[in-house]
Write a protein that binds this ligand. Structure first.
Ligand code: ZN
Length: 167
C-alpha cells in the first residue's frame, strides 16, 4: 500500500468530470487499496479518485458499521433519492472548512464492487451523505458548490486569507 497525495482546493482536477472505469483490473484494485490507506491516514471517511489526481469514477467510503471493510465502488451512481436533511460536511480537499449542506436523506446507489460484480446500496444517515459527497467529486462538484453564493463567497475569502497567512 502507498499513501497518495491529496489534491487541495482550488486544484483544477477537483472541478473536472471523471471517466468511467471500463474493467476492474489489478491496477484499479491497487489504486483503491492505496486510496483506503490515504483516506485513513488523513482521518477521512470517504475519498474519490480525483482527490488523489486520478480522473476515474472510483470512490472509497468507510463503512461505519464494519470498520475493517471499507466500501470500494467503481462507477457509482445515485439511482433513487428521498427526503431532505441538513448536516455539517467537510472535505479532505478543502481543509478546515465545514458547512451544513442540505441533501436527500436516503439514497439508492448502484455501482461495481471490488469483485467486478454489480452492487446496490440502500442507505440513509451518514453513509448516504458520504456516498453523495464522494459521487459529487466524480462530477467535479465540491461540497461548497452546494451552498448559497453569498455564504460561499465568505468561505472562499476565509480560505484565501488563510493561504496568505500560511505562505
Ligand atoms: Zn470531499
Amino acid at each position: 500500500m502507498a499513501k497518495l497525495e491529496i489534491k487541495i482546493y482550488p486544484d483544477k482536477i477537483l472541478k473536472k468530470k471523471s471517466l468511467s472505469v471500463k474493467k476492474v483490473t489489478e491496477k484499479e484494485k491497487k489504486l483503491a487499496t492505496d486510496m483506503i490507506e490515504t483516506m485513513r491516514s488523513a482521518n477521512g471517511i470517504g475519498l474519490a479518485a480525483p482527490q488523489v489526481g486520478i480522473r476515474r469514477r472510483i470512490i472509497v467510503v468507510e463503512d461505519m458499521e464494519a470498520r475493517n471493510s471499507p466500501l470500494v465502488l467503481f462507477n457509482p451512481k445515485v439511482v433513487k433519492k428521498k427526503g431532505k436533511c441538513s448536516f455539517y460536511e467537510g472535505c479532505l480537499s478543502v481543509p478546515q472548512v465545514t458547512s451544513d449542506i442540505t441533501r436527500p436523506e436516503s439514497v439508492t446507489v448502484e455501482a461495481i464492487g471490488l469483485d467486478g460484480k454489480e452492487v446496490k446500496i440502500d442507505t440513509d444517515g451518514l453513509l448516504a451523505r458520504v456516498l453523495q459527497h464522494e459521487i459529487d467529486h466524480l462530477d467535479g462538484i465540491i461540497f461548497i458548490d452546494r451552498i448559497g453564493f453569498l455564504r460561499r463567497k465568505g468561505i472562499l475569502k476565509h480560505i484565501s486569507k488563510k493561504v496568505c497567512v500560511e505562505l
